[in-house]
Design a protein around this ligand. Structure first.
Ligand code: FES
Ligand code: FES
Length: 161
């Protein structure tokens, strides 16, 4: 049997040292070792987007990378973005617009939406749909999600909601 290997990384601003099996993916490491269960796991093969987190500033599917690949890196999860207030307005827009129902897709949607708004502060609806096209939602039909992201972009640009 393969032995655990030591890793060091920063998760939501805090240094983490752990011993992990080389095959452990980042999603399971976050959820099971660190109890950061806001990162959801749906398909486990890179399709649904529920497991989206930031690694070194870029969004990735945490089911598709190994925990050991985050060695010396910086990981941000939905808990980190939420606690820092970075996405407070986006979360409020999702609530206001009923852009979540069961909430399973929501952490990944918020991560992807914030990634878009950082790159492109005033996206049109097509750009929003395109950027979120790798995040599946079984409940909302997407319209309300696109509305919430569009409203957040407008509000951040000072155009009101
Ligand atoms: S659980 Fe990672 S993309 Fe679906
Ligand atoms: S709110 Fe249920 S999957 Fe999106």
């Amino acid at each position: 049997m393969t032995a655990p290997v030591p890793i060091s990384l920063e998760v939501n601003g805090e240094r983490v040292d752990a011993d992990v099996l080389p095959r452990l993916n980042l999603a399971d490491f976050l959820r099971e070792h660190l109890k950061l269960t806001g990162t959801h796991v749906g398909c486990e093969h890179g399709v649904c987007g529920a497991c989206t987190v930031r690694v070194n500033g870029k969004i990735v599917r945490s089911c598709l990378i190994l925990a050991v690949q985050a060695q010396n890196g910086t990981v941000e999860t939905i808990e980190g973005l939420s606690d820092s207030g970075e996405i407070a307005d986006l979360q409020a827009a999702f609530r206001d617009r009923n852009a979540l129902q069961c909430g399973f897709c929501t952490p990944g949607m918020l991560m992807a939406a914030q990634d878009l708004l950082k790159q492109s502060p005033m996206p049109d609806r097509e750009q929003i749909r395109q950027h979120l096209s790798g995040n599946y939602c079984r409940c909302t039909g997407y319209q309300a999600i696109v509305d919430a992201v569009e409203n957040t972009a407008r509000a951040r640009a000072g155009h009101g909601r």
